[in-house]
Design a protein around this ligand. Structure first.
Ligand code: PCD
Length: 794
């Protein structure tokens, strides 16, 4: 299975991947054979099935609910309503953003698709049939659909159950120095402004959300199989909310069919499965269907951003400011660290060296599904990067400068790192201009511009779009961040068996990223044990150390660091045992290629396997060293990591239909030290494809009544191989100075970086029409409409 095995890599070679490089994925043999084990594959003896009745309207008072006919339906074992949950004190559950969310409606429906009742039956079909027998009387209220009208005086108050609430305002949050920023703007030569919408989209993972709850009444234990990106955090929250002691709860996240942020939160369905199991005394399975997933689980984005950029007339960018209106839906359930209600949006200064910056974000309630999840985005970085990269392009147009040249002029320089931006971030490392130049070389940038000029002369619409992004991933240092009070650290436990095979247990949860491979590679690199001899255990709270889970591309920055350090701890311990075995002093030993040997006598050495056998065997152990090669670590990152990239997109727009074809896409990514280049390329391909979906095809719209118009894959379009080009990827390597192996995250880079490159390309193609901006998604209808009534290009 080893495709590329750099046997004796030169030490310090930054381009060399870690631990066997392009190793084929250890998890794939089970996936390609259809032997994965997903939540819906779990079948327990006597298991019942749950189904959720959902509200047909967006805003309505619940007048009455009659479940008697449903209860009488054959096979139905229980029907649970909001009133029942009130009795159990489970009608409302805390969200990840210090709000509460209704598990089942008790008073008022607040979005279409909201959970109203839960039926438990012998099989899925009886449960679904019984839903139709529940009689609900709704008193329909006017909904708040348009976020711009949510704060109007007289707007219906959505959260009227909260004491004293008279409007739909959730929070105002600011970063940067407003006075300083306004002063720079006031004296700048050039100021341009633009309003832009980052529309509501959905992670839409291949596997929908679901759970199997198994409450054992005799000893009071709960085993919950869940689609969860953060099993340990979920367990703690279940313990707090449901009052079940934490040591009696086991959460298992088996194979996950894509997370993309959709499986970070705890949805009502998970809680209902648990309640169903407690009520019936049987295991209960609940699996969403596709429409339920799209309509009720976490959406992403939904930011209306008013951006302004200030510069000198020769193109030195001075400052950036923005006001954002954030639609959080009916409950503030956004996933992000407590201190940051707008996530990491304040990295909106991007990759540029600015004199001042200020942002203000206002969050409001509307009658839409809650969420604001970080879909392939480290907490609103996606919105931030889109804003700055569109603004820089608009500025380039205004200054009549080439957008690449404008960027090169303003990028933070290598010698400025660590770089402190104007909103408080400290970027760890970067070499931005090199990455941008590399992408321009790969693209043949000057040649593309020549081609564009020729085509424009013939009336053809070709666009070239650039984006340069910096991300902030690896949340995070416990002094700065927590989620619902839990510090964002992660653990790793490593055990080397007597024969030198190893098992590493990690607190993060793979959803397809290939952790069983890459985390084994980190141990392999540190200890010289081949990756195939290292088992990676994850996704079961009974078997793994505590940690906050996988999202925000944090697994490699946080848990990957824990794994490197735990392996180093084992290596250090092995040194003392090796010294005993070799009858020498530990300080006389040197480490190389998986073995400790005597300095000056390389033939006298012991491999990790030999040392492990010694540790577990009869070697007389030095004072204070016990008989194993095990260790554990909890890692608190000193800072986040700041991966970056330069993307270039080439589009052709059909002047007759408005159809946008992405002809080429060049992506140069820098995620520091690379572990597995093949997996990295896969991550980038996936993220770029997501970017095409967001930029050109998908958004979740609502009509005036609050009906969700994006509730099926007929309306919510998922990009396929047909819509995307043959991705051209490249890389540079700028290691993170504070990460033990220099690695930064990569999982979300392409989703963050690609939408602005695509939109910049579309707007560039439409430049002859004098179009400065177009909101996503640039669908054929929108592009066509934008061209109408404007003079044809010369
Ligand atoms: N890597 C390497 N190297 C480096 C980095 C990294 O190799 N330097 C690799 C690792 O190890 C892994 C991957 O790659 O395997 C990734 O990583 P990261 O970046 O660390 O990340 P993570 O944490 O692991 O993951 C997460 C991400 C996210 S976040 C998302 S969205 C998405 C991504 O991931 N998701 C997904 N990708 C993916 N893929 C798949 N397949 N699936 C899925 O689901 Mo969020 O926040 O949740 O929204």
């Amino acid at each position: 299975i080893i495709e590329e095995h750099p046997a004796n890599p030169a030490a310090g070679d930054a381009d060399r991947p870690i631990g066997y490089g392009r190793l084929q994925r250890k998890e794939d043999p089970r996936f390609v054979r259809g032997k994965g084990n997903y939540v819906d594959d779990i079948v327990l003896p006597g298991m019942l099935h749950g189904a959720i009745l959902r509200a047909p309207v967006a805003h309505a008072r619940l007048v009455s609910i009659d479940t008697s006919k449903a209860l009488a339906h054959p096979g139905v074992k229980a029907v649970i309503t909001g009133q029942d949950l009130l009795g159990l004190k489970l009608a409302w559950a805390p969200t990840l953003s210090a709000d509460v969310q209704a598990v089942l409606v008790t008073d008022k429906v607040r979005f279409q698709g909201q959970e109203v009742a839960f039926v438990v039956a012998d099989d899925r079909y009886s449960a679904r049939d019984a839903l139709e027998l529940i009689e609900v009387d709704y008193d329909v209220l006017p909904p708040v659909v348009d976020v711009r009208k949510a704060l109007d005086p007289g707007a219906p108050v959505i959260r009227d159950e909260i004491e004293g609430r008279t409007d739909n305002h959730i929070f105002d949050w600011e970063a940067g120095d407003k006075a300083e920023c306004d002063a720079v703007f006031a004296s700048a030569d050039v100021v341009v402004s633009q309003e832009m919408v980052y529309p509501r989209v959905h992670p839409a993972p291949m596997e929908t959300c679901g759970a199997v709850a198994d409450y054992e009444p005799i000893d009071g234990t709960l085993t919950l199989y869940e689609t969860s990106q953060a099993p340990h955090a979920h367990r703690t929250l279940f313990a707090i909310v449901a009052g079940i002691p934490e040591h009696k709860i086991r959460i298992v996240s088996p194979d996950i069919g894509g997370g993309f942020g959709n499986k970070v939160g705890i949805y009502p369905g998970y809680i209902l499965a648990v309640v169903g199991s407690i009520v019936t005394g049987k295991p209960v399975k609940w699996m969403e269907d596709r429409s339920e997933n799209l309509m009720s689980t976490s959406f992403a984005r939904d930011y209306i951003m008013q951006g302004e950029i200030a510069a000198t007339k020769d193109g030195k960018i001075l400052a950036l400011r923005t006001n954002v209106l954030a639609d959080h839906g009916a409950f503030n359930a956004t996933a992000q660290p407590t201190k940051y209600p707008a996530g990491f949006f304040h990295i909106f200064t991007g990759s540029y060296d600015l004199q001042a910056a200020h942002c203000k974000v206002t969050g409001v309630y509307t009658n839409k599904a809650p969420g604001g999840v970080a879909y392939a985005c480290s907490f609103r970085v996606t919105e931030a990067v889109y804003l700055v990269e569109r603004m820089v392009d608009i500025l380039a147009r205004k200054l009549e400068m080439d957008p690449a040249e404008l960027r090169l002029k303003n990028l933070i320089k290598p010698e400025q790192f660590p770089y402190k931006n104007k909103t408080g971030w400290e970027y760890d490392s970067g070499d931005y201009a090199t990455a941008l130049r590399k992408s321009m070389d790969m693209a043949g940038y000057d040649e593309l511009r020549r081609e564009q000029k020729e085509k424009r002369a013939r009336g053809e619409l070709m666009g070239i779009g650039i984006s340069f992004f910096t991300e902030t991933v690896g949340a995070g240092p416990r002094k700065h961040m927590d989620i619902v009070g839990l510090g964002m650290n992660d653990g790793a436990e490593l055990r080397v068996h007597p024969t030198g095979k190893a098992v590493v247990r990690i607190s993060v949860q793979s959803q397809g990223q290939g952790h069983e491979t890459t985390f084994a590679q980190i141990v392999a690199e540190e200890l010289g044990i081949p990756p195939e001899d290292i088992d990676v255990v994850h996704g079961d709270t009974d078997q793994t150390p505590f940690g906050l889970g996988t999202y925000g591309s944090r697994s490699t920055p946080v848990s990957g660091a824990a794994v490197a350090l735990v392996a180093r701890k084992v290596r250090e311990k092995a040194k003392f045992i090796a010294a005993a075995m070799l009858e020498t002093r530990p300080e006389d030993l040197e480490w190389e290629k998986g073995r400790w040997f005597v300095k000056g006598d390389p033939s006298a050495g012991k491999t990790i396997a030999e040392i492990s056998m010694g540790a577990h065997g009869t070697v007389a152990l030095p004072e204070g060293i016990d008989g194993n090669l095990d260790a554990e670590v909890t890692y608190d990152p000193p800072n986040l990591t700041f991966p970056f990239g330069a993307y270039i997109c080439v589009v052709d727009v059909d002047p007759g239909t408005g159809h946008v074809k992405v002809r080429r896409f060049i992506a140069v990514d820098d995620c520091g030290t690379r572990i597995n280049p093949m997996i990295i390329e896969g991550q980038v391909h996936g993220g770029l494809t997501d970017g095409v979906g967001m930029a050109l095809m998908q958004f979740i719209e609502f009509d005036a009544e609050g009906n969700n118009l994006g509730g099926t894959f007929m309306d919510y379009l998922i990009p396929t191989a047909l819509e995307v080009p043959n991705w051209e990827t490249g890389f540079t390597v700028t290691p993170s100075p504070h990460h033990p192996i220099g690695a930064k995250g990569i999982g979300e880079s392409a989703t963050v970086g690609s939408p602005p490159a695509i939109v910049n390309a579309v707007v560039d193609a439409l430049a002859p029409f004098g179009i400065q901006h177009m909101d996503m998604p640039c669908t054929p209808a929108r592009v066509w409409a934008a061209m109408q009534g404007r003079p044809r290009p010369p």
